[in-house]
Design a protein around this ligand. Structure first.
Ligand SMILES: [Fe+2]
Ligand SMILES: [Fe+2]
Length: 488
């Protein structure tokens, strides 16, 4: 494909595509329905837990039963209020998802009933803690475990030492659940949590009974059980994780790592049908991963999303310059508008193909957003040059449909994509030229409004720029001529 004549540099500000405006009434109604569902669910769980915990503390006919129920309800009310405040501050999006609220409430009821019916050391607190830490994050898991301890404590009929040990194990598991990328790590987390439970119970038992009264079967057996509890949690979460990922349409680091396997059917298909796009995607992956790591974003998500970002090109691989090879351009006999239509369709086609292959939502979003609403400049300028009737060439017809990147990872993939595509057309990829190219491209996306909806800071943009230059310098190292080589 012939190179485009460089357009006059202009930094035209493109307004971000806005969602269809809703009326104030419709917004209020939606908010009401949203919160009404969450509140109804909370009320349902509150009443269930009050009932579940009250009956473990005595029969209806017993004296003081009503007072006990009232006291339990009051404690739970405070706990529910605090849990609601915690969720609204740290995971407000949960209120948009009644199934997830339902799931969290169900865990509370399940744990409460279990605490009131079976031996405490069978309570799967470590399992729940690791699950929440992986699916959400460590802070959320810690907050929820504190909240769960209230109904569990109220419902428990057994030994409070064991509950304290299990809580210590859960906290240990949460702290160890950072950046879980391999299933074997989950077994390790479970084992160490089990060990923490063992140590805690041992210390509490010595405090209560003294060291001389430890050597009986009744005292020693719970030590073994609390250790097994942690270990079993590690094994169970390893087995359950793929099903949970599918059920909640979430993606964990383990799932991401599996998707990064280049032998996955979709990536193999890309390598065979669109080898140019495949190689481009791998380099975009390296650029995005390094930049995301630099700013503390999810580097694995950035890399894996980059691998899949151009899968939409599989529909018409030969229409993309990187897959043309030595064959003549397929756009030769097409109008610029038609060419632009084919090119811009690859984000939508990618989304559909990704859905077909059941890619997680986070990756699908990045596939859809990786060009934002940028202009397909080559065909736009070609259209203007060919326009001899002096009819207005509609710029919007040559723009990607958006939406704009919403997350840091998405914005990084957009920038890495632009940088990689531009750098491969450079004749002289010297460090100075690479620096200039990266700086100009990032500035262009920024000034064009493409980064308006992601939450990158200027400092982070600068860090991304430095990281891109470093990776590109590594890639083009062999192609950079040293002064003495040039002299020869
Ligand atoms: Fe693309
Ligand atoms: Fe791309």
């Amino acid at each position: 494909m012939a190179r485009i004549r460089k357009p006059k540099p202009k930094t035209k500000r493109v307004p971000p595509k806005k969602a269809r405006p809703r009326s104030k009434l419709s917004l209020q109604l939606r908010a009401f329905i949203r919160y009404k569902t969450a509140l109804l669910l909370a009320l349902l769980f509150f009443l269930s837990i009050v009932v579940a915990t009250s009956f473990t503390r005595g029969a209806v006919a017993e004296e003081g039963f009503a007072e006990r129920v009232a006291a339990t309800a009051l404690i739970l009310l405070v706990a529910f209020f605090l849990a609601g405040a915690f969720i609204s501050q740290f995971e407000p999006r949960l209120f948009d998802s009644p199934p997830r609220i339902f799931f969290l409430g169900l865990i509370a009821i399940f744990l409460t009933l279990l605490a009131s019916t079976v031996a405490d050391y069978f309570l799967p607190l470590v399992l729940v803690a690791v699950l929440l830490a992986i699916v959400y994050n460590q802070r959320f898991a810690l907050g929820m475990m504190i909240f769960y301890m209230v109904p569990i404590g109220l419902g428990a009929t057994g030994d409070y030492k064991i509950l304290a040990a299990l809580f210590a194990g859960s906290v240990t598991a949460i702290f160890l659940s950072r950046d879980v990328r391999h299933r074997s790590k989950l077994i390790e987390v479970g084992t160490l949590a089990g060990f923490a439970q063992f140590v805690m119970l041992f210390a509490l038992t010595i405090m209560e009974l003294g060291p001389r009264n430890l050597y009986s079967r009744e005292v020693l057996l719970p030590f073994l059980w609390v250790f097994v509890n942690g270990l079993a949690a590690g094994v169970a979460i390893t087995a359950l994780l793929p099903y949970l990922e599918r059920a909640f349409n979430i993606i964990t680091n383990i799932g991401l790592l599996e998707l990064s396997d280049l032998n996955r059917p979709l990536l193999k298909h890309l390598a065979l049908e669109a080898p140019g796009s495949y190689n481009h995607s791998l380099i975009v992956g390296s650029l995005a991963e390094a930049a995301a790591r630099q700013i503390g974003a999810n580097d694995l998500l950035a890399r894996v999303s980059a691998y899949y970002h151009d899968i939409g090109k599989l529909n018409k691989p030969q229409y993309f310059v990187e897959n043309e090879g030595l064959s003549p351009s397929k756009h030769q006999n097409l109008s610029p508008a038609m060419s632009s239509l084919i090119i811009t369709a690859h984000t939508k086609d990618g989304l559909e193909l990704g859905k077909e292959y059941k890619l997680p939502r986070k990756i699908l979003r990045i596939i859809q957003e990786h060009h934002g609403s940028t202009l397909v400049e080559y065909f736009y300028h070609q259209a203007r040059e060919k326009n001899q009737d002096n009819l207005q060439v509609e710029e919007s017809a040559f723009r990607y449909p958006g939406p704009l990147p919403k997350s840091k990872e998405s914005a990084i993939v957009m920038l890495a994509d632009a940088v990689e595509s531009a750098s491969r057309t450079m004749k002289d990829p010297s460090p100075a030229h690479l620096e200039q190219l990266v700086h100009d491209l990032i500035l262009k996306r920024l000034m064009g409004g493409q980064l308006n909806e992601c939450n990158l800071t200027f400092r982070e943009l600068q860090q991304i720029e430095i990281s891109f230059i470093k990776v590109l310098a590594g890639i083009y190292h062999g192609r950079i001529k040293y002064p003495e080589q040039e002299e020869k």
